[in-house]
Design a protein around this ligand. Structure first.
Ligand SMILES: [Zn+2]
Length: 732
C-alpha cells in the first residue's frame, strides 16, 4: 500500500477505535498526534493540563499495538479508578499492587503473559521487585506509560524517590521499549529534569497551553477570612464549590462553620472513616451537597465538570498544587472562580513543616513557597504570572483576574529597568535576584566583596529604592522577557536578547508595585472602624437604651446586666429581628436573648418596618465554636462539682485561661453554679459585699471593681468568680 494511503487508512482506524471503544467522535487538541507518535514507537513526552484528555493518549495506543502496555501510576486509588473505567468500556485492563491476593496476582500475571490484558497498571514500588521483573520479561510489552511524571523530579512539588529508578527498570525489560511520560504540571526546569532522568532527550514533546481562559483568579489577604468566605459562598449559592484547607482540623472547623451558616457543606479528608469519606464524595458528585471542604487529598481522579468555585482557605504549598487544584473548577468551560486567601504566616508555617526533610527537598520546598508568595504579592496579571511559571509566553494582560480588574497605579520604570538589566550583565549572568538587588542598593556583604561587585559601575546606583522594590522589579523584568531563568542552575537569571536590545534602545515601560497587604488590611480596618463608629443607628440605639433602663428598673437590676452598650450598638447596626439572630449579637447569647430579648426584638422589628431598613442578617457570621468540646467538658465538670484547679489541670490550662473559658460560657448565656467552689474561697460576708457591689455598679468591669473594693481585701480571681455567680443568677 502506498505510504499516503496507509496513513489515511490508519487515521480512519484510530477514529473508528475512538468511537467504538470510548464513544467520542473527535480527538481533542493534540491527542491524535500524540497517539500517532506512540504507535510509531517513538518516545513521547506529554504536558497537558488536568481535564484535557491525557489518559486517552496511552489508552488508545494500548488497544492498537500488540502486547501489553505498562502504566506506572503513583496512587493505588487512582489505579483502581482507571481500571474500573476501562473495564466499563469493555477494555481488558488490570492492576498489580499490594491490595491483590496471591491468587489474583497469579491470574493477572497469566493473563498478561498470554497477551489478553491490554493495559497493566503498576506502582513504581512493585516494579523494583525481582519477581515482577522476571514476570515482565516473559510478557510482550508494547510500551511503558509513566503517569504523573513530575514525581520524577526533585524540583517538582510531588517528588517520589522511587520514580527515579524507573529508567533502570525499563532497561531491564528488554531493548527499545518506547516510553510515554505524561504530566499535568511541569515548569521548564522540571521538564528538563524528567527528560534527563528518563534519558529521553530525543522524545517528541507535546505541550498543551496551560491557559484556562474561563477561570477567574483572585487573591485576598487573610482578614476576616471566615466572614469573607461565607459571603463568597453565599454569592454562589446553590453552586458546586471546593474549599481547600491545609489540615484535617481546619477542614472540620470550616465545614461546620459553613453548615451553621446554612450552606450544604461536607468535610473530606484522609482521617475520616472510609465509608463517611466516600459518602461525602458521592453526596458532592450527586449534588446532595453543594460545597466540599477538603484537604488536597480530594480531587485526584474526580471528574465533576460543573465545579463553579475553588477556594484556597489556606495558602497552598506551591504554584503547581495551586494550579492543579484551581484546575478542578469550570471543567465544562463555563464559569470557574478561584479565590485564594493569602497570609505570609501561612508561608512561614509551611516552611516549618519542611524542616525535617532532607536538605535538597527542604531547599526546594522553600523555593516553591517563595514562588507562591511572589505570585500572591504581585500586582501583575495573575494569568501572565501562572503561564510564565509554566514556561509559556503570554505577553498581554488577560483582563480576567483581580489584578487586571482592579489595577494598581503604574509607574514609569525605564531608568530602573535599565539599571537592573545592566546589573545582570555586569555580574555576568551568574546570580539570583537577591544578590542583584544587593549590588544595586550598594550594600556590602562577603559575597559582594569576594566577587568584587562593589567595584562595578552599577554598584549603589539604585540606593534610592529598597530590596522589595528591586525584587519586584526584577521579577517583572523576567515576566516581560528581558531576563530569563537559567534552567541549569536554580535561582540564577540571565539577560535575554530582548533585554540586550532594551539596554541598546531603552524605551518607556510601566510597571506596578507589589501589593502591600498589611497596609491594605490596615486601611480596611480603619474604614470598618469609622463605619462602625458612625455605623450604628443612633436613634435606635437611644431607644434601646431607654428600653433597657425601663426594664432594668422593673426587674430591679443594674442596666448592664441586661445588655451592655456594645451589644446595643451592634443591635442598632445589624438589626436582628429573630431570636437566633439576637443570640448571635456579641455579649448576648441564648440565655440572655430568651430572658430579656423579646421586647428588644419587638422594638427593632417595628423600627425596621417603620423606617424601611434592610436588615443585614446575611452578613452576620454565625459562629460554630460556641459549644466547642472544651466548653462542654467544663460545663459537665462544674455540674459534677469538680475542683476548678483539677479541671484546669486536666485540660492543660492555667487558672486564668480556665476563668476566661468559664466567663465565655457565662456571657453566652449558660447558667453556671460555682457555689461549691466559691464557698471554699470566700466567706458569706465577703461574697455579699461583692454581690452588692455588682448590683449597684454601672459596669461589670473588673479593674473598676478592684479599685472600688480594694486590692487588700480581694484578688482579681475572687471578683471574677463572683461576677460569674452574679451574672448566672441575675442575667442568665
Ligand atoms: Zn489578568
Amino acid at each position: 500500500m502506498p505510504a499516503v494511503k496507509q496513513a489515511v487508512q490508519q487515521e480512519a482506524d484510530l477514529k473508528g477505535k475512538l468511537k467504538e471503544v470510548f464513544g467520542y467522535g473527535q480527538f481533542r487538541g493534540t491527542q491524535e498526534a500524540i497517539i500517532q507518535n506512540v504507535i510509531e514507537g517513538k518516545n513521547t513526552f506529554v504536558i497537558m493540563p488536568t481535564g484535557a484528555g491525557k489518559s486517552l493518549c496511552y489508552q488508545l495506543p494500548a488497544l492498537v499495538l500488540p502486547g501489553t502496555a505498562i502504566v506506572i501510576s503513583p496512587l493505588i486509588a487512582l489505579m483502581k479508578n482507571q481500571v474500573d473505567q476501562l473495564n466499563a468500556f469493555g477494555v481488558n485492563a488490570a492492576f498489580l499492587n499490594s491490595t491483590l491476593s496471591k491468587a489474583e496476582t497469579n491470574r493477572v500475571k497469566k493473563d498478561v503473559i498470554s497477551g489478553e490484558i491490554r493495559l497493566l497498571y503498576v506502582a513504581p514500588e512493585s516494579l523494583t521487585k525481582d519477581e515482577t521483573i522476571d514476570f515482565l520479561n516473559k510478557a510482550t510489552i508494547s510500551f511503558v506509560a509513566i503517569d504523573e511524571a513530575h514525581c520524577i523530579s526533585e524540583w517538582g512539588h510531588d517528588f517520589r524517590p522511587e520514580y527515579r529508578k524507573i529508567r533502570g527498570i525499563i532497561d531491564n525489560l528488554g531493548t527499545n521499549v518506547p516510553i510515554i511520560a505524561l504530566t499535568a504540571t511541569a515548569t521548564p526546569k522540571v521538564q528538563l529534569d524528567i527528560q534527563k532522568n528518563l534519558q529521553m532527550d530525543d522524545a517528541s514533546v507535546f505541550k498543551t497551553s496551560f491557559n484556562r481562559t474561563n477561570l477567574y483568579y483572585e487573591v485576598r489577604p487573610k482578614h476576616n477570612t471566615k466572614k469573607s468566605l461565607i459571603q463568597y459562598v453565599k454569592q454562589h449559592k446553590g453552586k458546586a464549590g471546593i474549599v481547600y484547607c491545609l489540615s484535617r482540623k481546619k477542614v472540620e472547623e470550616i465545614a461546620e462553620l459553613l453548615k451553621v451558616n446554612d450552606v450544604r457543606a461536607l468535610p473530606y479528608h484522609a482521617g475520616l472513616d472510609p465509608h463517611v469519606r466516600m459518602a461525602n464524595q458521592d453526596a458532592f458528585l450527586n449534588e446532595d451537597a453543594d460545597v466540599i471542604v477538603a484537604t488536597i487529598a480530594f480531587g485526584m481522579g474526580i471528574d465533576k465538570p460543573d465545579v463553579r468555585f475553588v477556594v484556597h482557605y489556606d495558602t497552598p504549598k506551591s504554584i503547581e498544587g495551586y494550579y492543579q487544584e484551581t484546575g478542578r473548577g469550570g471543567r465544562d468551560g463555563l464559569e470557574g472562580n478561584c479565590l485564594m486567601f493569602y497570609s505570609y504566616d501561612d508561608i512561614v508555617k509551611l516552611e516549618k513543616f519542611n524542616k525535617d526533610k532532607p536538605v535538597t527537598e527542604r531547599d526546594n520546598g522553600k523555593l516553591l513557597l517563595q514562588e507562591m508568595a511572589n505570585y500572591a504579592d504581585s500586582a501583575v496579571c495573575r494569568r501572565r504570572q501562572l503561564l510564565h511559571y509554566f514556561g509559556e509566553v503570554f505577553d498581554k494582560d488577560c483582563g480576567f483576574c483581580d489584578n487586571c480588574r482592579h489595577p494598581k497605579e503604574r509607574f514609569e520604570a525605564k531608568e530602573e529597568v535599565l539599571l537592573a538589566l545592566k546589573a545582570v550583565v555586569q555580574t555576568e549572568d551568574r546570580f539570583g535576584l537577591d544578590h542583584i538587588g544587593t549590588v544595586l542598593m550598594g550594600m556590602k556583604n562577603a559575597h559582594v566583596e569576594s566577587y568584587g561587585h562593589n567595584k562595578l559601575p552599577v554598584y549603589g546606583q539604585g540606593k534610592d529604592h529598597d530590596a522589595a522594590f528591586w525584587y519586584s522589579l526584577l521579577r517583572q523584568a523576567l515576566l516581560n522577557g528581558f531576563l530569563q531563568k537559567d534552567i541549569e542552575s536554580f535561582g540564577v537569571v540571565k539577560i535575554s536578547a530582548k533585554g540586550l536590545d532594551f539596554i541598546e534602545n531603552p524605551h518607556s515601560i510601566k510597571l506596578t508595585k507589589d501589593h502591600n497587604y498589611e497596609q491594605e488590611v490596615q486601611e480596611e480596618e480603619e474604614k470598618e472602624e469609622v463605619q462602625q463608629a458612625a455605623g450604628h443607628d443612633e436613634t435606635l440605639f437611644e431607644m434601646l437604651k431607654s428600653l433597657r433602663k425601663k426594664m432594668a428598673k422593673e426587674k430591679n437590676l443594674p442596666p448592664y446586666v441586661l445588655f451592655q452598650d456594645p451589644s446595643l450598638k451592634e443591635m442598632a447596626t445589624t438589626f436582628p429581628t429573630k431570636m437566633d439572630e439576637l443570640a448571635h449579637v456579641g455579649g448576648v447569647g441564648q440565655g440572655k436573648a430568651s430572658k430579656f430579648g423579646t421586647s428588644f426584638l419587638n422594638m427593632i422589628k417595628k423600627y425596621v418596618e417603620d423606617n424601611d431598613i434592610e436588615t443585614a442578617s446575611d452578613v452576620v457570621v454565625k459562629s460554630a465554636v460556641n459549644k466547642s468540646k472544651i466548653k462542654i467538658y467544663i460545663i459537665q465538670q462544674i455540674d459534677k462539682k469538680m475542683d476548678l484547679e483539677e479541671i484546669a489541670n486536666s485540660k492543660g490550662l492555667d487558672m486564668r485561661e480556665l476563668m476566661e473559658e468559664i466567663e465565655h460560657i457565662c456571657y453566652s448565656g449558660t447558667k453556671l453554679n460555682l457555689d461549691y467552689y466559691i464557698n471554699n474561697v470566700l466567706d458569706d460576708e465577703r461574697q455579699e459585699e461583692i454581690y452588692d457591689y455588682f448590683m449597684q455598679s454601672n459596669t461589670d468591669n473588673i479593674a473598676v471593681a478592684l479599685k472600688e473594693l480594694g486590692t487588700d481585701d480581694y484578688t482579681e480571681e475572687d471578683l471574677r468568680l463572683m461576677r460569674i455567680k452574679f451574672l448566672s443568677e441575675v442575667a442568665n
